[in-house]
Design a protein around this ligand. Structure first.
Ligand SMILES: Cc1cc2nc3c(=O)[nH]c(=O)nc-3n(C[C@H](O)[C@H](O)[C@H](O)COP(=O)(O)OP(=O)(O)OC[C@H]3O[C@@H](n4cnc5c(N)ncnc54)[C@H](O)[C@@H]3O)c2cc1C
Length: 259
């Protein structure tokens, strides 16, 4: 791992702002989209890290927010997936208005704890439980993609909680990752489940997080939990009840941020 890639992991100097040009766009749902940026000078990142995004108006007013990086490292490119928040200041611009060729600034990578890498301290075989609520799936998807990129066979399970089927981001890819890459994927619905679903809609429960019978018993799994603060706190409580500990749970909360 180069010195640059460890930035954000070791609490070194805060990364500087870099200009980023929008070069790709994909709708994920009616209210979320993925934005790909070219960022000359980008130092690289690890799956799970995030960036600060800064928008500056002609009169000099600026606003910044944090967004998880959705894809594994790829030269000087980064992708983010943004869920539009009603009445929000920044997310509606990113989801509805920003056009190819437009620029903003990014600073990163940021975050050294909420990362997954088979070359870090975790052994490759350590089973990984990913639990995401809403847009909290974004850094977890980066981990799923990193696992595929590195041809890792670490047992991975993603439990993804959404309000209803229309809110599922990366739906086709998740199906493919389950079929081709052996990632166990469970989508839970809190308000409205698809027709024929065996699980009634509702909050995530202990049963939803039970360890798969196929996982090795000799290695304690690690959990990554991400989403709104209430979702994260509730899930951590369930995981502690299942025998996870503060050492085997890593969490990231997507509350309001920046200004
Ligand atoms: C480390 C980190 C990573 C993040 N990664 C992502 C990501 O990958 N994708 C993504 O879509 N968002 C992510 N967020 C959330 C993001 O930073 C913004 O908070 C979000 O886009 C809302 O910004 P806004 O300017 O549109 O809303 P604001 O103008 O900040 O807020 C408008 C209203 O919405 C409420 N609000 C703010 N943020 C949220 C939220 N996250 N959920 C519900 N209500 C909210 C506010 O309390 C306020 O009432 C992340 C946050 C953190 C801290």
């Amino acid at each position: 791992m180069t010195e640059a890639r460890t930035r954000g992991l070791v609490g070194g100097p805060r990364p500087r702002w870099l200009p980023a040009q929008l070069v790709g766009l994909r709708s994920e749902t009616r209210t979320a989209r993925t934005l790909d940026f070219d960022v000359p000078g980008w130092p690289g990142h690890l799956a799970g890290q995030h960036v600060d995004v800064r928008l500056t108006a002609a009169d000099g007013y600026s606003a910044q927010r944090a967004y998880s990086i959705a894809e594994p490292v790829d030269d000087e490119k980064i992708s983010i997936t943004v869920q539009q928040v009603g009445e929000g200041e920044v997310s509606p611009y990113l989801v509805e208005d920003m056009e190819l060729g437009d620029q903003l600034e990014v600073r990163g990578p940021i975050g050294g704890w909420f990362v997954w890498s088979p070359s870090a301290e975790a052994p490759v075989e350590q089973p990984i439980l990913l639990v995401g609520g809403g847009s909290g799936v974004v850094p977890l998807m980066a981990m799923v993609r990193e696992r595929a990129r590195l041809h890792s066979r670490a047992p991975f399970r993603l439990v993804y909680s959404v309000r209803d089927p229309a809110q599922v981001m990366y739906a086709d890819e998740l199906e493919r990752r389950a079929k081709d890459d052996g990632v166990l994927v469970d989508v839970l619905h809190t308000r409205q489940a698809p027709a024929g679903s065996e699980r009634p809609p509702g909050r995530i429960t202990t049963d939803d997080l039970a360890t798969p019978s196929t996982w090795p018993t000799g290695v304690a799994p690690r959990a990554y939990v991400c989403g709104p603060t209430g979702f994260v706190e509730h899930t951590i409580g369930l995981l502690l009840g299942l025998g996870f500990t503060n050492k085997t749970i890593r969490a990231e909360r997507f509350g309001p941020s920046g200004s």
